[in-house]
Design a protein around this ligand. Structure first.
Ligand code: HEM
Length: 536
């Protein structure tokens, strides 16, 4: 779909452009994709041609270009030089953007114009007081006490009642494969709905094809795909024109937003009827209780709550599922790491006298150093949010000497950073969880600006710890039950050269992750872990 949209965009561009431009673009498009290390910037069309030629491998194209620059920063010029910006993979610059000169790099109109209908003034789409007040209220949801409850009540229950039973139905049949990415996306949606408004939609296990949740998720996915297209559009005037005329993808987007809004309003109204919301711990209840003192009219207050719900669904719905999808893909190509993870949690189960990995407590999960390292390493190579952007309030000079003008965009690419030899060494493209462990096998985090997978500075991801805990619980439960074999093979070093991602706000795996599941022989594995047998 992304390609369809992009093609229609190119079509509109051709219609709108001068004949000379048409000739230039057609000439360039008929050539093979380039691996030119620097963006080719032409007087009128800026980097447009190089962008169009490389859009199918966008993140790798950005990586190629950044790796050849002296300070891991490059300048980008838009069509007709209507927009300018920089893109960096330099940790010192990122520290400057996200912390040192935070006030100069905002979400601004570049974000809000694209995302307004979907996110409104939610935490992802706001600056200043609107952002800080939401962050303050929401942060309670992520404190240690709340996370303990999240693991013991929400995650454990959903894994036992829904994820494992669902996967069990697909096991041991050589002809049955399951799209693990799709399963994980449904699972994490169920999870985030619990956190956001205290409801379990049972999307994963429900067979109702047109429930309000199914319709919402479908509409939400259309909307997210569409805003991704808007972000990647080389000529924003095209989608703005379509929006004005209410045609094509913009019309579909508008319809999707109506469904999303209806769903959010239903959730809010239903919560308003519950007397118990004042004592509930979910995010919506928390924000609802605070919103009475904020001086809103009724509809204004509901709109504020709607924006919060949608932002959190965006944050939690596809981030962990994307991370886990790449993780399981990589594990299949690295049997030694798979073995190490299994051995680590079975050993921990034995020493803490647990019979099932879901008996592992919040503190036990924290002790899984190798698993923590493997998840971090997987996200280093495949960050769920591959690229991020800010708008410059005033002229500035970055620490590496790069000039950034007022109104320019300032992007950083977490995807490119994970592939930078200057940051990670000559084995930067290899999947090596060991790089995160000290001599005693204890996990050591890298600097957040060298590893901005969870962003950094004042807007560091609020759900970081929750995400790790959720992912660890899923991994141990799934690996305890099943041997997973990726159809067509997993992420070996050779396959990692041209990884199968699609272009969206998150780094989804193109065409999903199709796997075969075999029930694991529990007793023999536990014995082997007890005996300390290792495989290489
Ligand atoms: C592997 C999983 C995750 C990754 C890689 C991730 C990554 C990120 C990134 C890159 C940002 C910065 C976005 C921006 O400002 O443009 C962010 C912000 C945020 N994340 Fe996450 N996230 C993950 C999971 C979660 C989860 C599960 C939640 C909550 C349930 C969450 C809640 C948030 C919130 C509320 C913000 C906004 C913080 C602010 O602007 O102050 N994240 N996350």
């Amino acid at each position: 779909m992304f390609n369809d949209i992009t093609n229609s965009n190119i079509l509109s561009l051709l219609i709108l452009s001068l004949p000379i431009l048409l000739t230039t673009i057609l000439y360039h498009l008929t050539r093979h994709p380039t691996t030119t290390p620097c963006p080719e910037s032409h007087p009128f069309i800026g980097n447009l041609v190089a962008f169009l030629r490389n859009r199918h491998r966008f993140h790798d194209w950005v990586t190629d270009m950044l790796s050849t620059t002296p300070s891991l920063t490059l300048q980008v010029n838009g069509f007709l030089h209507l927009s300018h910006g920089i893109c960096t993979a330099n940790p010192t610059n990122i520290n400057h953007l996200l912390r040192q000169n935070f006030v100069n790099y905002i979400k601004g109109h570049r974000y809000t114009t694209v995302l307004q209908d979907l996110l409104g003034n939610g935490i992802f789409n706001s600056d200043g007081n609107m952002w800080s007040s939401q962050r303050k209220i929401a942060s309670h949801e992520f404190n240690t006490k709340a996370l303990r409850v999240f693991i013991s009540d929400t995650v454990r229950l959903q894994i036992t009642k829904s994820l494992v039973p669902y996967l069990l139905t697909a096991r041991d049949d050589d002809h049955t494969t399951v799209d693990l990415q799709q399963v994980l996306r449904k699972f994490s949606f169920d999870n985030i709905c619990n956190v956001a408004f205290g409801v379990d939609p049972c999307l994963l296990t429900s067979s109702v094809k047109d429930s309000k949740y199914v319709l919402f998720v479908r509409a939400f996915d259309v909307a997210v795909e569409h805003v991704s297209y808007r972000f990647m559009s080389p000529l924003p005037v095209v989608w703005k024109l379509k929006r004005f005329l209410n045609i094509g993808s913009e019309r579909k987007y508008k319809e999707a937003i109506e469904t999303v809004n209806q769903f959010a309003m239903d959730v809010i109204k239903s919560k308003e009827t519950q007397i118990s919301y004042k004592t509930n711990d979910d995010l919506l209840s928390r924000f609802m209780a605070s919103s009475w003192d904020m001086g809103f009219e009724d509809e204004e207050r509901r709109k504020f709550l709607r924006d919060i719900i949608i932002s959190f669904i965006l944050a939690g719905k596809d981030s962990t599922s994307t991370a886990l999808t790449w993780f399981f893909w990589l594990l299949d190509g690295h049997p030694h790491c798979k073995h190490m993870i299994h051995k680590e949690f079975t050993t921990l189960m034995t020493s803490s006298h647990h019979v099932h990995p879901l008996d592992l407590t919040f503190d036990d999960l924290k002790d899984l150093n190798y698993l923590h390292a493997a998840l971090s390493e997987s996200m280093r190579l495949f960050p769920p949010v591959p690229i991020n952007s800010r708008l410059t309030v005033d002229d500035d000079i970055l620490p590496d000497g790069t000039f950034v003008g007022k109104g320019w965009f300032a992007d950083y690419s977490a995807y490119a950073m994970g592939r930078m030899e200057r940051l990670w060494g000559s084995d930067c493209r290899e999947f090596k969880p060991e790089r995160w462990l000290d001599d005693n096998g204890v996990y050591q985090a890298f600097d957040q600006y060298k590893y901005p997978v969870f962003h950094g500075g004042f807007r560091l991801c609020l759900g970081k710890e929750m995400a790790y805990l959720q992912m660890k619980s899923v991994v141990v439960a799934v690996m305890h039950e099943f041997e997973i074999e990726v159809v067509g093979g997993g992420g070996t070093p050779e396959r990692m050269v041209d990884p199968p991602y699609s272009l969206s706000l998150v780094l989804n795996m193109k065409n999903g992750l199709h796997v075969r599941l075999k029930k694991r022989q529990q007793s023999s594995e536990a014995e082997r872990a007890k005996d300390g047998v290792t495989e290489r």
